[in-house]
Design a protein around this ligand. Sequence first.
Ligand code: PLP
Length: 455
Amino acid sequence: LPDTQALQRLDAAHFLHPFTDHRALAEKGVRVMVRGDGIYLWDSEGRKVLDAMSGLWCVNVGYGRTSITQAVTRQMDTLPFYNSFFNTTTIPAVQLAAKLARIAPEGFRHVFYTGSGSEANDTNVRMVRRYWDLLGQPDRTVIVSRHNAYHGSTMAGASLGGMSGMHVQGGLPIPGIVHINQPSYADHGMGMTPEEFGVHAASWLEERIKELGPDKVAAFIGEPIQGAGGVIIPPVTYWPEIRRICDKYDILLIADEVITGFGRLGKWFASEQFGIGPDLITFAKGVTSGYVPLGGVLVSDKVAQVLVAGGDFNHGFTYSGHPVACAAALENIRIIEEEKLLEQVAHDTAPYLKARFASLAAHPLVGTAESCGFVAGLNLVRRKAGNVHYQVKFDPSLGVGMICRGHMFDNGIIMRAVGDRMIIAPPLVMTRAQIDEMIGLIRLCLDRTLDDLER
Ligand code: PLP
């Protein structure tokens, strides 16, 4: 085994981690992950962990896929890099573009490659502005997004995102990006059915468009299910109504499918499931199951026609269409197809997960527990004598979510805490028996958290 303490010292001395409180990390000591297989990881002290977060929502086919390693190695041996700027391309980049056109929703036949989801959302901002410019409407520049959204960490990505904690650091959002409320039934749905609330929440977009002036608005962007914001599942009426409003005012609709793409909800893309009908789709993460960085924008025929006819689009990255990343993606997609993972999730394991996860709502520390496909979230609340109808949020200063996350880590399971909302996004290969194992571990950690609070 490696020398954990030496690695922890080096990490504390040299590694600035993303989204991390460095003082707290230095005190606790970083955990060093060394190996993965299927849904499990092992750390430098030999402890086994069930990874209920698929890394960071991305390891869809699970760890240890040697066929992806081989595809990557073959491509590295043959041609480790070439660019797509000089009227040039590479075999994997072309093959993947054609493959994506086959699995994307109907009417999407083009892709613009990037290195990450953040770069893909930056690309969206420039692409929609270029689109309207080419159509002779250069004043259509504003993009409407949502509070609590996550769209990445670049200047445009973090501005499109609606996390106030990110906006205060670095003077964001950049001009031309505004936010409406998220369709969170728990926060805003009082007195309405979920269906009524979905239409109501979409009407906030129409209100904002009218305030801004429709001739100023370029696009609306949203995650089909808000992921990093806490797995917020919108009512079924929300997205069709958003599409109707975008049509009414001729506004482009961008679905950020960085989390929901590549099978997470049981289809290649959630846009097909939720009736979104987007004009652009952001993807990353699951396209390669995180084995190698890759992202991009799927471009509908409507937008692509204008861009292609318009000549040059002065935008791109050294790693746009990186051949090694594209080779990894091709093999990853082949695995998903060969193992029928979409069918398995949609018809077998996601319904099973839904029932098992919902059973956690009986725990005295849990308010609601809901899932959609292979994402799920539960709220930690205080109940009076176990009464399901008497639920009170914890004072945020207690950090109950973080206490619970600590127990998860200590008991061999990784779950993410967003405030007091605990979320999961397991690898798509997770079996029914492994779902049972995961639910058992979650229940154990909820008990331990409750013990702490009652002590
Ligand atoms: N969009 C969504 C919905 C995401 O969840 C993420 C990352 O979590 C991003 C964009 C940013 O992707 P990346 O971290 O690859 O830049």
